[in-house]
Design a binder for this molecule. Structure first.
Ligand code: SF4
Ligand code: MG
Length: 329
């Protein structure tokens, strides 16, 4: 799956007038099969909106999606085909399952509706879905109800239900952030297994850059609706080029930290109604220069292969001579 120049502006009514939320601004990314791409950012960075744009649940203001190199059409049939290829896993495994229905119901329903499975094969197919998400033996789980399962087991059921439609792309929006720290790793390892065994293309949306490093091949860092840095996960986390990525990493070591307290010391992310001029990070950036307030930095090559960051410090024409010292080695 590939996104080209996706942009999403929402109208809102605020302060007595019509305003525009600049939620996602000109984002291009590719999700190749058998890889995990992490989109990392604070809450309000536009990362969930980006995931929803990739499902076609919401329409972009501009930009396009390509599956296997072909533009995704908007007719009813094309949209149906697309939804069977691209599945969204949500943050909250409690609300995504219906408490009055059993695990069996949740798995057999998409098998019937989307795969047109016959009655006689439903039981076997549903059980094999449970095995694929490591809920085994399947008999133990298939007739349970959501309240009889732990948060991690519920998230596995939500993923299994997604697998029922045989998607090629899994979009996981903060799939572990509501789970106990002790079971997060298990769900991340499941995603890694699915990437490897089933060659799924996975988008992992998270505020936690440490988990992105653990799971992802590629990391895309979002700030205020824009991509500020992208590249190979180890490169980005070992040698971040963008000051915002550096800030995220400096706040990262405690895995039990919640999103709400993150980066508090540096002020809040900006409103997307009136984003700051120039580089949107300039009000919080310790290295901001005059140009940063005036002009948005272009994406520039950074030190690593395929590492790109939108920061004037990477431009030889604008970086002060001492700027090289600000990049951690
Ligand atoms: Fe900081 Fe300027 Fe780089 Fe933005 S462009 S991150 S304000 S140095
Ligand atoms: Mg979100």
């Amino acid at each position: 799956l590939e996104a080209r120049n996706l942009t999403k502006h929402f109208p809102v009514h605020q302060f007595g007038g019509r305003q525009v939320v600049h939620a996602v601004e000109d984002i291009s990314l590719a999700l190749p099969e058998g890889t995990v791409t992490a989109v990392v950012g604070e809450s309000g960075s536009g990362k969930s909106t980006l995931a929803r744009l990739l499902t076609q649940l919401i329409k972009p203001t501009s930009g396009e999606l390509l599956l296997d190199g072909k533009a995704v059409g908007t007719s009813a049939k094309e949209r149906r085909d697309y939804t069977s290829h691209v599945h969204l896993v949500l943050q909250d495994p409690f609300s995504s399952l219906n408490s009055v229905h059993s695990v069996r119901y949740h798995l057999e329903r998409p098998l019937k509706l989307h795969r047109k499975a016959r009655r006689g094969e439903l039981d076997e197919l549903a059980k094999s879905l449970l095995e694929r998400v490591a809920l085994s033996p399947a008999e133990t789980y298939i007739d349970k109800f959501p309240h009889e399962l732990s948060g991690g087991q519920r998230q596995r059921i939500a993923i299994a239900r997604g697998l029922a439609v045989q998607p090629r792309v899994l979009l996981a929006d903060e799939p572990v952030s509501m789970l106990d720290v002790s079971i997060r790793l298990g769900v991340l390892n499941l995603l890694d297994d699915l990437r490897e065994r089933e060659r799924l293309a996975i988008l992992y949306v998270t505020h936690d850059i440490a988990s992105a490093r653990y799971l992802a091949d590629t990391v895309v860092v979002m700030y205020a609706g824009q991509v500020v840095e992208s590249g190979p996960a180890t490169q980005i986390t070992d040698s971040p080029a963008h000051p915002y990525t550096q800030l995220l990493l400096s706040a990262a070591p405690d895995p039990s930290r919640t999103e709400a307290v993150e980066l508090r010391g540096r002020g809040a992310p900006p409103s997307l109604v009136n984003p700051p001029s120039g580089c949107r990070f300039h009000p919080r950036c310790p290295f901001a220069m005059a140009i940063c307030k005036e002009a948005a930095p272009p994406a520039l090559p950074a030190a690593g292969d395929d590492q790109v960051a939108a920061c004037w410090l990477l431009s030889p024409d604008h970086a002060p001579a001492a700027a090289a010292d600000t990049t951690p080695s």
